[in-house]
Ligand binder design. Structure first.
Ligand code: PMP
Length: 332
C-alpha cells in the first residue's frame, strides 16, 4: 500500500541517504514459509549501501577535525565507497581521490570518472603486498596531506550502520527479526547492524555470508582465515579481521558459491523486478538457507547492497559468464 508522508523534504544529498525500504522478497519467502526481507540499499543516492559508510566517516572526520573545509578525501575502494565519498565530497565542497583495483567493473570505473573523482586504477594485489589499493591510498593521503577515510579500520563505518541501518531494520520490522545476514567487505554493515539488533534482542542470529575466495567463513567457523577458491562478486570477501569486524557479534557463517548467488540475482530480476548485484545474490542465498534452517514462521533480514546495472558487462553478459563456467542469464 502506498502512503504519503508529510514533511519529508530531504536536506540535500546527505538527507537522502538511508531510510531505505525493507522489501519482502516474495519467492524466497514463499519457498521457505518465512518472511525474507531485503533492505533496499541500492536506492541510496549513490546506488549502494556504502553511501552510509561514506557519510558516517566524513561526518566523524569533520567532528574530530581530521577533515577541514576544502580538504581532500582519499580512499581505497572496490568502487561503491568511492562513489559515496565522491558524491558527499561534491555536496560538501571537498575533493576526492579514489584508488581502485583495475579488475572492478567498467560501470563503476566510468561512473567514478563521471562524478568527478580523481580515479587511480592499480593492479589487483593481495593485502600483504605494498601495492595493494588500500596501502596505495594511505600513501597518497600522507603525500598530499589528505584525509584517509580508511573504511576497513575506521569504526565510524560500523557506527554509522549501528545508528542507521540497524536501527531502521529494528523499527521497520517492529522488532520481529529472528536473523540477519550479509556478506562483508569492511564488515561495517554486518558488525553495525549486528550490534544494533543484539542490543535490542540478544537472540537475533547474526550470520556472515561469504563468497568463495574469502577467509572470513573459516575465521568464524574455526579461527582459520586461509581463503580458498574464487568469486566474480565485487566489494565482498576479506582475508583479515578488520577493525570493523573485530568484536562483532557473529553467531555463524555460510559459504555461498557464485552459481547459487547468480541464481538469486537472476530470479530477483525476472520474477520480482529487482535489479541487484552479485553481493546481493550471496546475501539472499544465505537468507534462504537460514530460513530453511530456522523453519517456517521466522523473519530473516538481509541487505540488497547495490543495483545490477553496475555489473551489466559481467553478471548480465552471457559470454563472460560462460567463460567462467557459471549459469547464464536465462533471458539473454
Ligand atoms: N556489497 C557491495 C556491492 C559492496 O560494494 C560492499 C562494500 N565494499 C559490500 C557489499 C560490503 O559492505 P561492508 O563494507 O559494509 O562489509
Amino acid at each position: 500500500m502506498h502512503t504519503v508522508n508529510e514533511t519529508t523534504i530531504a536536506d540535500g544529498l546527505v538527507g537522502a541517504i538511508g531510510n531505505t525500504p525493507l522489501i519482502r522478497l516474495k519467492r524466497a519467502s514463499a519457498a521457505t514459509g518465512c518472511d525474507i526481507l531485503g533492505k533496499a540499499e541500492f536506492m541510496n543516492p549513490g546506488g549502494s549501501v556504502k553511501d552510509r559508510a561514506a557519510i558516517a566517516i566524513i561526518e566523524d572526520a569533520e567532528r574530530t577535525g581530521a577533515l577541514r573545509p576544502g580538504g581532500t578525501i582519499v580512499e581505497g575502494t572496490a568502487g561503491n565507497t568511492g562513489i559515496g565519498l565522491t558524491l558527499v565530497a561534491n555536496a560538501r565542497g571537498y575533493r576526492s581521490v579514489v584508488v581502485m583495483p583495475e579488475t572492478q567493473s567498467r560501470e563503476k570505473i566510468d561512473f567514478l570518472r563521471m562524478i568527478g573523482a580523481d580515479l587511480r586504477l592499480v593492479p589487483a594485489k593481495p593485502y600483504r603486498d605494498p601495492g595493494n589499493y588500500v596501502h596505495v591510498s594511505r600513501r597518497i593521503a600522507e603525500e598530499i596531506g589528505g584525509f584517509w577515510a580508511n573504511q576497513f579500520d575506521n569504526i565510524a563505518n560500523r557506527e554509522g550502520h549501528r545508528l542507521t541501518t540497524g536501527a531502521e531494520i529494528w523499527a521497520q520490522t517492529g522488532g520481529r527479526v529472528d536473523a540477519f545476514t550479509c556478506s562483508c567487505g569492511t564488515g561495517g554493515t554486518l558488525a553495525g547492524v549486528g550490534m544494533a539488533l543484539k542490543a535490542c534482542r540478544k537472540e537475533v542470529r547474526i550470520v556472515l555470508a561469504d563468497p568463495e575466495g574469502s577467509g572470513l567463513h573459516g575465521w568464524v567457523k574455526s579461527g582459520d582465515l586461509t581463503p580458498s577458491g574464487s568469486s566474480i562478486t565485487e566489494g565482498i570477501g576479506q582475508s583479515r579481521v578488520t577493525a570493523n569486524l573485530d568484536g562483532a557479534p557473529i553467531d555463524d557463517a555460510l559459504k555461498i558459491p557464485d552459481a547459487e548467488a547468480l541464481e538469486q540475482v537472476f530470479d530477483l530480476m525476472i520474477h520480482e523486478g529487482l535489479s541487484v548485484g552479485g553481493s546481493t545474490g550471496v546475501n539472499v542465498a544465505a537468507a534462504i538457507r537460514i530460513a530453511r534452517d530456522l523453519g517456517s514462521g521466522h523473519t530473516v533480514v538481509t541487505i540488497l547492497c547495490d543495483g545490477g546495472a553496475r555489473y551489466q558487462t559481467k553478471l548480465f553478459n552471457p559470454e563472460f559468464l560462460r567463460g567462467k563456467n557459471l549459469p547464464v542469464t536465462p533471458w539473454l
